[in-house]
Ligand binder design. Structure first.
Ligand code: GTP
Length: 310
């Protein structure tokens, strides 16, 4: 799809450029004419992969695969990148799963969780934009009632995306607000209700209670709701993403991930490590701050962008 700033693939490549450049720095001179593959080269390749936060297990496997049948032979850089991309794609394919709007009766409820600053609000706007483009009607619920700024910010993004936002006053009961939003969405025949939530992981018990209550209220209105519980992860936190996955899996029953800010880090490999470690569906990736900077996750495209392969 051609749009401002080039095709999505171009943007994805640009987004992952810091990660693929990190690989580049470390791969240059490792392979090429006249350089035979040996243990040392493969060890360096493994280290280069680890430097992108891809995870030691995947890095070791990829290096081994590169070495298969190629000892004492030469390999050019394009060939090497193609093999790396192929191995990464194998890890990502089983988890690449776009969000699907399936609920009947409507609305399909997507509960969005994540720590403050992870890009939650922006991601909600991006999802709203994506669903609107697919001709679904969307409503947002400002369930992070803890901070006035969060409510205002969601309202601004809702306006930008052209979708209604149900919000209350700062400090209002989040579950009550979500109840109202669901009733309104159902009455208006809205297809997708996206619910923002507070992200105070510091107050784990409070957060857990609040999320549990929101889920209970939704479940009373529709036994299948929330249909998706999506955790938004900031890729720039690197391996800390793992503790967030574990915490929110436990507190919120996360069913899938969206990873944001992949454009701001050389450690984009963390996406691959998370896929391998948790096997949770990854719905989409964010590679920028505007509404069109999020797309459903395509394993092969993404693998090529990470590896810098053509
Ligand atoms: N570069 C880049 N920045 C992003 C992306 N997604 C979000 N951001 C930025 O990250 C910052 C935080 O995003 P928010 O959406 O406000 O995050 P939040 O999790 O709702 O945070 P709170 O408002 O603190 O609850 C903002 O400056 C966003 O513009 C992304 O994919 N890439």
């Amino acid at each position: 799809m051609e749009e401002k700033g080039g095709s999505w693939l171009d943007r994805l490549r640009r987004g992952f450029s810091r990660t693929s450049e990190r690989l580049n720095e470390n791969l240059t001179g490792l392979v090429g004419p006249g350089i035979e593959l040996d243990e040392r080269t493969l060890g360096e390749l493994e280290e280069a992969l680890i430097a992108t936060d891809l995870g030691p297990a995947a890095a070791a496997r990829i290096a081994a695969r590169v070495g298969e049948g190629r000892y004492s032979k030469t390999l050019d850089e394009a060939g090497l990148r193609a093999i790396v991309a192929d191995e990464i794609a194998k890890i990502l394919r089983p988890v690449a799963k776009p969000l699907e709007i399936t609920a009947f009766p409507r609305p399909h409820v997507v509960l969005v969780v994540g720590v403050n600053g992870s890009g939650k609000t922006t991601t909600i706007a991006k999802l709203a934009h994506l669903f609107t483009e697919q001709d679904y009607s969307v409503m947002l619920a400002a369930g992070d009632t803890f901070r006035a700024a969060a409510i205002a910010q969601l309202q601004t993004w809702g306006d930008r995306a052209g979708v209604p936002v149900v919000s209350g006053k700062e400090g209002a009961d989040a579950a009550g607000l979500v109840f109202d939003a669901h009733q309104r969405a159902r009455a208006e025949g809205v297809d997708v209700l996206i619910v923002d939530t507070a992200g105070r992981l510091q107050n784990k018990q409070g957060l857990m209670d609040e999320l549990a209550k929101v889920k209970r209220v939704l479940g009373k209105l529709d036994a299948a709701a929330p249909h998706d519980v999506v955790l938004v992860l900031d890729a720039t936190v690197g391996q800390n993403a793992f503790s967030q996955i574990e915490a929110f899996r436990e507190t919120a029953g996360v069913t899938g991930l969206v990873m944001t800010k992949l454009d701001g880090t050389a450690r984009g490999g963390v996406l691959v490590a998370a896929a391998e470690r948790y096997g949770l569906p990854i719905h989409a990736v964010g590679v920028g701050e505007t509404m069109t900077d999020l797309r459903p996750f395509d394993a092969d495209e993404l693998a090529r962008a990470i590896a810098g392969a053509r």
